[in-house]
Design a protein around this ligand. Structure first.
Ligand SMILES: [Zn+2]
Length: 332
């Protein structure tokens, strides 16, 4: 079983790079989610561990210690730059360069190059640096900087979910190539396998979930083998679902009956008259009228508050229309 460690930079009070309403800590989590979805849908024979799947802070040492203790085969750290320049770059440790690290970096970089061409995003190249997570990790490790948050061209890309998804897919393919992961042969979605264990469907975007009981986590959707334990009121994100279970981190399952979906408020960027009409048609079709308000103070924006899975339909709609929006969990 190959072990992949993903390190979404920053988190919690550490926002990372910030500009024009964009936060590095959120963007890297989105990219990480695309990596997880793609790997889980297309490959088998690996397990995955992350620094964080939620908005929490871990120190650089805690990140590396977690990966080292787990015995990861690959360490991928995801970041966004700032400083007014433009383009993508990735780093490996500048001293004692290990051959496998070079191979990993090249596998990733070679897939990323296609995305850079597609979006006319410049390539700042394969670089060396003495970053602490690269220095202290035991396994082949790469740190990537996707673009500059405070540059107009790059910020526009970072606001485009399709770009973030393409980057995530490129990272996933690079890591899969390096680890020589086995592709999933059959349709991973929906069908049951021989033992009658329901296979999960992957969600379009993660959902925020909270436990309503002290509850167990399980190895599969049949919930036959325990893997751990979550306390009541634990908040986490799920990336997939089977009929009666949510999938956590692509490797643990939790019974739906012991959880509730946390509400989210989505605020769109300013909408044109035409946008408003398109959105009104959508909310009518989806029966979301009561969930949507339009604000007209200065800018016309829509605020959509939902406490169920329809939140995913709304995000899919906004992504399809390529409208920028901000999603926030409703904090009570
Ligand atoms: Zn960073």
């Amino acid at each position: 079983m190959k072990k992949i460690y993903l390190d979404a930079g920053h988190g919690g009070a550490d926002l990372g790079a910030v500009a024009s309403g964009l936060y590095e800590k959120d963007l890297v989590l989105a990219v990480q989610q695309y990596i997880i979805s793609f790997l889980s849908t297309h490959y088998q024979g690996f397990s995955l561990c992350t620094t964080r799947t939620t908005d929490v802070f871990l120190s650089l040492n805690e990140r590396v210690n977690k990966a080292n203790a787990w015995g990861a085969d690959v360490y991928l750290s995801i970041h966004i730059n700032s400083g007014g320049e433009t383009g993508y770059e990735d780093f490996i440790y500048s001293k004692n360069i290990n051959n496998q690290t070079i191979v990993l970096r090249n596998d990733i970089h070679d897939h990323v190059k296609f995305v850079l061409t597609k979006y006319n995003h410049s390539n700042r190249g394969r670089k060396l640096a003495n970053h602490s997570v690269l220095r202290r990790s035991y396994m082949p490790s790469v740190l990537t900087e996707i673009g500059f948050i405070d540059t107009e061209h790059d910020a526009k890309l970072l606001k485009n979910p399709q770009f973030l998804k393409d980057m995530g897919v490129a990272y996933a393919k690079g890591v899969a190539q390096f680890l020589n992961l086995e592709p999933k042969s059959t349709n991973p979605l929906g069908d049951s396998d021989e033992e009658g264990c329901p296979k999960p469907t992957f969600l379009y975007k993660p959902l925020w979930i909270k436990t309503t009981e002290d509850t167990e986590t399980y190895k599969d959707a049949n919930m036959s083998e325990r893997t751990g334990y979550l306390k009541k009121n634990t908040l986490f994100q799920v990336y997939g679902e089977a009929r009666a279970a949510w999938v956590i981190d692509g490797q643990h399952f939790i019974e739906k009956k012991d959880t509730i979906i946390e509400g989210e408020t989505i605020t769109t960027a300013e909408l044109t008259k035409e946008n408003m009409e398109t959105l009104k048609v959508f909310v009518t079709k989806e029966k979301l009228e009561t969930a949507v308000t339009f604000s007209k103070e200065g800018a016309a924006v829509a605020i959509i508050t939902l406490r169920d899975k329809k939140i995913l339909n709304v995000k899919a709609f906004l992504d399809r229309e390529k409208w920028w929006y901000k999603a926030e969990r409703i904090k009570k």
